[in-house]
Design a protein around this ligand. Structure first.
Ligand code: NDP
Length: 244
């Protein structure tokens, strides 16, 4: 398939994990993929920037248009997930999480929208099942992901008349460095790995490529009449009731 031939796609946070899988998937389908994160994303045109710097975001979009003349797809993927009970969470963790997970996508969408509008482009935001429910110690993260879900709907309403679609995916447990760090903080990481697999009706946790396929679908013309949606991708986790 080459659904993205001739398309210019910007993916944030593509140095590893879900973002790297999305960048790889889009490139395999013909896209020229541009990535933006603090580190490198080998194999892709990359901007090494801290995406909480709003001036850097404005320059990023200006530069992409200067270099490539167009932008077809924006994927807001970069994110962080600090852990601490509400009463112990540092205010700086709150601000940093809202900045990267919510303000950055808002500002990127704002700057990219006029250019996406010229080509009938699409935006896909990476939300979370933690925008729908909560794990302990994730107040900042849950607020940011609930926010990105609401922002997705609002952006879809504003962007629809401009010919741009905006959707979000809400992944459950996906095997990435972000979750590895979480598991390694557990008293018994091996037991936790077994337990987390069991709560999924599909009997396993997800892979970054699982999310990438859904993001590519939503970014493509195959989803031409889909906008303002939050699509859960969690191996059935949220569908299972806790007790019979
Ligand atoms: P990773 O921690 O593996 O990757 C995060 C990416 O974000 C990296 O490329 C990192 O690059 C980039 N990033 C972090 N901080 C900044 C910053 N200040 N400026 C620019 N880039 C930054 O995370 P995942 O792949 O697991 O998660 C990706 C997205 O998916 C996140 O939004 C996350 O909330 C979401 N998600 C993940 C789930 C999971 O189970 N893994 C479940 C649900 C949602 P660098 O360090 O080089 O800057």
């Amino acid at each position: 398939m080459s659904r993205f031939a001739t398309k210019i796609c910007l993916v944030t946070g593509a140095s590893r994990g879900i973002g790297l899988a999305i960048a790889t998937c889009l490139a395999e389908e013909g896209a020229h993929v541009i990535t933006a994160q603090r580190g490198e994303a080998p194999g892709f045109e990359s901007y090494q920037i801290d995406l909480t710097d709003t001036d850097a975001i404005s320059s990023l979009i200006t530069d992409i248009i200067a270099q490539h003349g167009r932008l077809d797809v924006l994927v807001n993927n970069a994110g962080i997930m600090p852990h601490a009970p509400l009463q112990d969470m540092a205010l700086s963790d709150w601000h940093n999480t809202i900045a990267l997970n919510l303000t950055t996508p808002f500002w990127l969408m704002s700057k990219a929208l006029p250019h996406l509008s010229r080509v009938g482009g699409a935006i896909v935001n990476i939300g979370s099942i933690e925008g729908l429910g909560a794990n302990a110690g994730h107040s900042a993260y849950c607020a940011s992901k609930g926010g990105i879900h609401a922002l997705t709907k609002s952006a879809a309403v504003d962007a629809g008349p401009l010919g741009v679609r905006v959707n979000a995916v809400a992944p459950g447990w996906i095997n990435t460095d972000l979750n590895e760090a979480f598991i390694n903080d557990m008293p018994d990481p091996a037991a936790f790995r077994a337990d987390i697999a069991k709560i999924h009706p599909l009997g396993k946790t997800g892979e970054p490529s699982d999310v990438a396929g859904l993001v590519a679908f939503l970014a493509s013309d195959d989803a031409a009449f889909i906008t303002g949606q939050i699509i859960t991708i969690d191996g059935g986790r949220l569908s299972r009731l806790p007790l019979p």
